[in-house]
Design a protein around this ligand. Structure first.
Ligand code: SF4
Length: 478
């Protein structure tokens, strides 16, 4: 392997933050690559969050810009990418299992190119493991250089060289990367990259680099283009969207300004994720209260209800601050639906701490939550914290929490029975061909009978019944 194709990440460097303003550059296809993929097929497997889904759409765009076509049949693929997630050990184990499974394909078809991209390669331990054990992998790239995917493919295709290219530090913001959206009427829109929060359990600030905000003009242009193409809903993406713009020099434009500007455009639905409670200011609440195209649904991760644990997590807010924030949001946006993320079994979490979390859940009336058992990530401070709580006790806490969360989920669904809701029709139900599915403005899943010409449209649906996880409706305006 030649040296210039072996670039490994370093967590120590990834941890550093500089004041340097991030440059914005325009993507260009490498000149010698225009027909690189002619006659070749690719397949992408995406793991993890919406950020990764958005990245996979860019990978699709890049590959198809040089002639590749997509296949969903593994045996037909000439190029397979696993776009990976590093947030929990479970997610990583799945990827390693998948790499083991794909080995037989490589043996049957030696020209197959196998790539690992996304968050996992940003970890030193992962790169070492791939180099030592998974020799079937041809290309490894990270989150900071996915726009260079075509460059990495050139030596892999032309001279069968291995390419390990993972940068530790984020580079420029690259605009105009070709993108193919999976969905024809709902799109992800990145508004910023990276995270500067350094919650002690989280690997993301190391894998995604420092916070960099895209220019408002670039985001607005992208959204206008989506409107022209007929998109009905956008979801603005960032690890902490509330800190959008904090990295701008001499420019007070922030997330509230961006939401305000976007809601004046003709896009019927605007969602966003993820918010951090410490940065959720009154200016933002005031803009959300205007409604218009901003939907009455907020995902606001709390992680714990214990101040001691919140401090150990470096979350930078208290239970009292969070409860007050929820109170203000509910007053400003009547009927808003709020969901959250919670970790149980964080090192040092006592029964009293856990009861504080249950108490917070009861007070907030969450209508859903992603709940997890703490998963130590090598390189993060919390991975070194003393943790003597047995796995079984953690599981019991998770079950107890989930019972409470499910009650809130069902309650949040039942409140809509008898009302008429605007539903963006997603497609046919996977289990019943005569049934359509879609989401309300409050992000509730609704099943109802209807014709497939309605897919991609926003229609009125009367809610006639509620289950724990979904609503049942009937169309009143076809
Ligand atoms: S805000 Fe905290 S949990 Fe979220 S990505 Fe940043 S470090 Fe991770």
């Amino acid at each position: 392997m030649s040296d210039n194709l072996l670039q490994k990440p370093k967590l120590n460097e990834a941890r550093k933050r500089t004041k340097n303003q991030t440059e914005q550059v325009i993507y260009a296809i490498p000149e010698d690559a225009y027909q690189l993929g002619d006659g070749l097929k690719y397949m992408i497997q995406t793991y993890g969050c919406q950020g990764n889904e958005a990245d996979s759409e860019k990978m699709r765009g890049l590959l198809e810009s040089v002639g590749f076509t997509q296949t969903l049949v593994e045996e037909d693929a000439d190029f397979i990418i696993l776009n990976t997630c590093a947030i929990r050990a479970n997610a990583e184990n799945k990827v390693f299992g998948e790499l083991g499974r794909l080995k037989h394909l490589k043996v049957a078809k030696p020209t197959l190119i196998l790539a690992v991209g996304g968050c996992m390669p940003q970890e030193e331990v992962v790169i070492e493991k791939i180099l030592k054990t998974y020799h079937q992998v041809d290309i490894v790239f990270g989150t900071h250089n996915l726009h260079r995917l075509i460059e990495f493919l050139i030596p892999a295709i032309k001279t069968h060289q291995k390419v390990i290219a993972v940068e530790s530090v984020e580079g420029d913001i690259v605009e105009s990367v070709p993108t193919i959206h999976e969905n024809q009427f709902k799109a992800w829109v990145n508004i910023m990259y990276g995270c500067d929060e350094f919650c002690t359990y989280c690997i993301v600030p190391y894998t995604r680099g420092k916070e960099r905000s895209r220019k408002p003009e670039s985001i607005i242009e992208e959204v206008k283009d989506l409107i022209q193409k007929g998109y009905q809903e956008i979801t603005l993406l960032g690890q902490n969207v509330n800190s959008y713009g904090l990295d701008f020099e001499n420019n007070p434009y922030r997330f509230a300004n961006l939401l305000d500007d976007l809601s004046n455009l003709d896009i019927p639905r605007i969602r966003f994720t993820t918010s951090h409670p410490k940065d959720f200011g009154d200016d933002l609440i005031a803009v959300l209260a205007k409604g218009h195209h901003l939907l009455p649904f907020i995902h606001l991760p709390v992680q714990s209800g214990s101040n001691k644990i919140l401090k150990a997590m470096n979350r930078k807010y208290t239970k009292e601050h969070y409860l007050e924030l929820i109170r203000k949001i509910k007053i400003a946006i009547p009927g808003v639906s709020i969901t959250t993320d919670i970790i149980v079994g964080f090192p040092g979490e006592t029964e009293e701490d856990f009861l504080e979390t249950l108490d917070l859940v009861r007070q907030c009336d969450f209508e859903g939550a992603y709940t997890f058992i703490f998963s130590p990530r090598t390189g993060t401070p919390a991975a070194l914290y003393f943790d003597d709580l047995p796995k079984e006790a953690k599981k019991q806490r998770l079950y107890q929490l989930n019972d409470l969360i499910n009650e809130g989920f069902a309650k949040g669904n039942h409140r809509f029975v008898g009302t008429v809701q605007k539903v963006l029709v997603d497609g046919r139900s996977k289990t019943k061909q005569t049934v359509l599915t879609g989401y309300t403005e409050h992000n509730k899943l609704v099943n109802f009978k209807g014709d497939e010409t309605l897919i991609g449209k926003i229609i009125d649906v009367k809610i006639i019944d509620a289950r724990t996880w979904s609503l049942v409706g009937e169309i009143i305006d076809e």
